[in-house]
Design a binder for this molecule. Structure first.
Ligand SMILES: C[S@@+](CC[C@H](N)C(=O)[O-])C[C@H]1O[C@@H](n2cnc3c(N)ncnc32)[C@H](O)[C@@H]1O
Length: 266
């Protein structure tokens, strides 16, 4: 399996995504409201990692938070400029980005981190997140669970929009813990056809927690989405897992600026 999934994989699906799923991450706003909101100040600085078409970043920005969005897909970010006006949007790879430790919260929603296909790369994304948080800052994200894949990733679907049709199949390979989403998008006007293939990894919760701890996160809590309820410590019976952890208040950062300052007299 190629671990180097290009971060631009969503380019071909960006228009359809924004139209049909753009607001789906609002579902996780409730979890954010319950678990993160009580711990942060109004105006807190938030990085939306893998922000997609920027709907959630726009919504949080309208609620008075200071947002930055990061995504690997230029086309998803193009929608983000409309959906999240005034929010700085950065095109970068979640597995290897560097930002100064200025964020109070990093959040990542709607399976985004399942797109990182190996545990090593997930851990390197976690390290980047850790290093861009202020000491004491929070990291909140969701992942699809095995139950979620088994329930929702063995089906075909067809979406008919005003000017396009998308035929998609989602398959989950339980042995390899790998989800494969394939879509054909047909634009009616120009008869243009776009083929898109997206892959996701079902990361085991024990591995995720170990990877978080390995880069320095503490106080990890897990919550499961069961039907409509957000339940603590129940990942085996949940379709979606939420993780909340903290960069400790007192550790030194390992942030290394990418441009070196020339040393005098060296
Ligand atoms: C399912 S969408 C979720 C988007 C958004 N968070 C939401 O809730 O609507 C997954 C997003 O993750 C981004 N993504 C996947 N792998 C990435 C990577 N390695 N670096 C940056 N972005 C990535 C994709 O471009 C896509 O926008």
């Amino acid at each position: 399996m190629n671990a180097e999934l290009p971060p631009s994989s969503y380019d071909g699906v960006a228009d359809v995504y924004d139209l049909h799923w753009g607001t789906a991450s609002f579902l996780w706003l409730r979890a954010f409201g319950l678990l993160v909101l009580p711990q942060i100040a109004r105006g807190a600085r938030i990085l939306d990692l893998c922000c997609g078409t920027g709907r959630l970043a726009g919504e949080l920005s309208r609620r008075g938070f200071t947002l930055v969005g990061l995504d690997g897909s230029r086309e998803m970010l193009r929608h983000g400029r409309t959906n999240a006006p005034g929010v700085p949007l950065v095109e970068a790879d979640a597995r290897r980005f560097g930002m100064r430790p200025t964020f109070d919260v990093v959040l990542s929603t709607f399976d985004s981190l399942n797109h990182i296909l190996t545990l090593g790369e997930l851990q390197s994304a976690f390290r980047c997140v850790h290093d861009c948080l202020r000491p004491g800052g929070l990291f909140f994200f969701d992942l699809n669970t095995e139950l979620g894949y088994l329930k929702h990733w063995n089906e075909s679907s067809e979406i008919v929009g005003d000017d396009h049709t998308m035929k998609a199949t989602a398959l989950y390979d339980r042995r390899r813990r790998l989800g494969l989403f394939r879509a054909t998008i047909e634009q009616r006007a120009g008869a243009q056809v776009e083929e898109v293939e997206l892959r996701q990894r079902c990361h085991a919760s024990g591995d995720v927690i170990s990877a978080l701890e390995a880069v320095g996160f503490t106080d990890t809590e897990t919550f499961g989405l069961e039907q409509e309820a957000i339940v603590p410590d129940c990942l085996d019976s949940a379709e979606r897992a939420f993780y909340l952890c903290r960069r400790p208040a007192a550790t030194a950062g390992s942030f290394r600026p990418s441009t070196r300052r020339a040393s005098k007299g060296g």
